[in-house]
Design a binder for this molecule. Structure first.
Ligand code: NAD
Length: 440
């Protein structure tokens, strides 16, 4: 099928490349010309494992093209995915300006039937607004009084991929959710995903939009739940890892998303939880549970900072090294990464910050000043008064801790992910602090 993707970021690009890989003719569109120029040369502007190879392969077999213009890129497509950003407004609402802009531009360039698919995460009822916008902006030559001479459908197809394993997730989805209001839209979406043979959940547009918000909010709730448990564990000298293990073997609960840490971050959970709270509020339901989920997340970040302040006593003029910056491994995405709040808070107290991350340094540079970036974990450790494990990148799993100990001013580790819980670092001379674990 001829498909256009508007917005070639983390979601749009992966969607475009993967849809080309399964046999469709895809044009990825973006207003960011630098991004499109890079992509045309086969260069991936983000870090996402496996994406670069598939990109080049599908450019070469001519199934993948790039354009800056919706008019050129989307006119020949039957299905157009909207995958632009939906950031938070100050009050927590999802800012749908980009979605509206794209809907308008699609309408203005329409010459035949289009299926317009929301891939971006949007609040319920957005589908209706997109349809209204398209109806309003279809050119005059395609109208007869109130009657439209062009047909179109709007559908919702939320994306559940995770940064860091996005290609794998797209190609092997747990389910594909489609919200449709016509047989034609359903048939086209089924055809698009047919090569993946996925489990399909077919529903109306509002329900599909809600599924995405409900899923992300549920996952955020699971994280905040175990983080709250970790606080109780700290008080009672219990071990959150064992509590999570004991809970997680229960199949009704499951092991995933029960890792206590320094709070969730990233480009999705914080903004999607905010947007869901606002949507509920506007619909007349006060979602107290989600307000608490958000609150616990903030408390968890504060608790990590307090632990550092407590154990270091005076932070001023101490050199603190961050092992990892990205909000999770295998991505360079720094949007809402907890490391940024940590850096700013510690700098405010006069600490000298060093940091190392395998992929996220360039994006971090744009967000904070005064940080010294190191070329590897050992260069980072040199001269540090303590290390903070922030992101559990694979390469941090098996470090030479004797070497690190000898390079540091003082061998102190605050393990924000409980990654080194079984390494017995205290036995080789480290002061070691995990999250929600008995003191060693
Ligand atoms: P992103 O910021 O990486 O990409 C958005 C892209 O849209 C940018 O490249 C931007 O230049 C482009 N854009 C903005 N306005 C445009 C316009 N008028 N025409 C063409 N391009 C335009 O964002 P993302 O992380 O890919 O997220 C996109 C959507 O997908 C969001 O709603 C997000 O919540 C949702 N989502 C994200 C993830 C994730 O892991 N990142 C997962 C699932 C869903």
């Amino acid at each position: 099928m001829e498909i256009a993707i508007v917005g070639s970021g983390y979601v749009g690009l992966v969607t475009g490349v993967c849809l080309a890989e399964i046999g469709h003719d895809v044009t990825c569109i973006d207003v960011d010309k630098t991004k499109i120029n890079k992509l045309k040369k086969g260069l991936v502007p983000i870090y996402e494992p496996g994406l670069d190879k598939l990109l080049v392969k599908n450019i070469n077999n001519k199934r993948l093209k790039f354009s800056y213009s919706i008019k050129d890129g989307a006119q020949k497509a039957t299905a157009i995915f909207i995958a632009v950003g939906t950031p938070s407004k100050k009050n927590g609402d999802a800012d749908l300006t980009y979605v509206e802009n794209v809907a308008r531009e699609i309408a203005e360039s329409m010459t035949d039937y289009k299926l317009v698919i929301e891939k971006s995460t949007v609040p319920a009822e957005t589908g209706k607004k997109v349809a209204q916008t398209i109806r309003k902006y279809i050119p005059k030559k395609y109208r007869q009084g109130n009657k439209l001479l062009l047909d179109f459908d709007v559908a919702s197809n939320p994306e559940f991929l995770r940064e860091g394993s996005a290609v794998e997730d797209f190609m092997n989805p747990d389910r594909v959710v489609i919200g449709v209001e016509s047989k034609r839209a359903e048939k086209l979406l089924r055809e698009i995903y047919k090569p993946l043979k996925p489990k399909m959940v077919v529903t109306n547009i509002n329900s599909a939009e809600l599924i995405k918000h409900a899923s992300n909010s549920f996952l955020a709730t699971k994280i905040s739940f175990i983080n709250a448990i970790s606080q109780i564990c700290t008080i009672l000298e219990a071990d959150v890892l064992k509590v999570a293990e004991g809970m997680g073997y229960d199949r009704r609960i499951g092991r995933q998303f029960l890792n206590a840490g320094i709070g969730y971050g990233g480009s999705c959970f914080p903004k999607d939880v905010d947007a869901f709270i606002r949507l509920s509020e506007k619909s007349g339901y006060k979602f107290h549970l989600l307000e608490q989920v958000r609150e616990i997340n903030e408390q968890q970040k504060d608790a990590f900072l307090k632990l550092i302040e407590d154990k270091m006593w005076i932070v001023k003029n101490k050199t603190i090294g961050l092992l990892g910056l990205a909000f999770k491994p295998n991505t360079d995405d720094m949007r809402n990464a907890p490391s940024i709040d940590l850096i700013r808070a510690l700098q405010k107290e006069g600490a000298q910050i060093k940091a190392y991350d395998p992929e996220a340094v360039e994006n971090t540079r744009k967000m904070v000043e005064g940080v010294t970036f190191s070329k590897d974990p050992y260069a980072l450790a040199k001269g540090c008064d303590c290390l903070l494990l922030v992101t559990e990148w694979e390469e941090f799993h098996d470090l030479n801790f004797e070497k690190i100990r000898d390079l540091m001013n003082h061998p102190v580790i605050f393990d924000g992910r409980n990654l080194y819980h079984d390494k017995k670092l205290d036995k080789i001379g480290f002061e070691y602090y995990g999250i929600g674990r008995p003191a060693v």
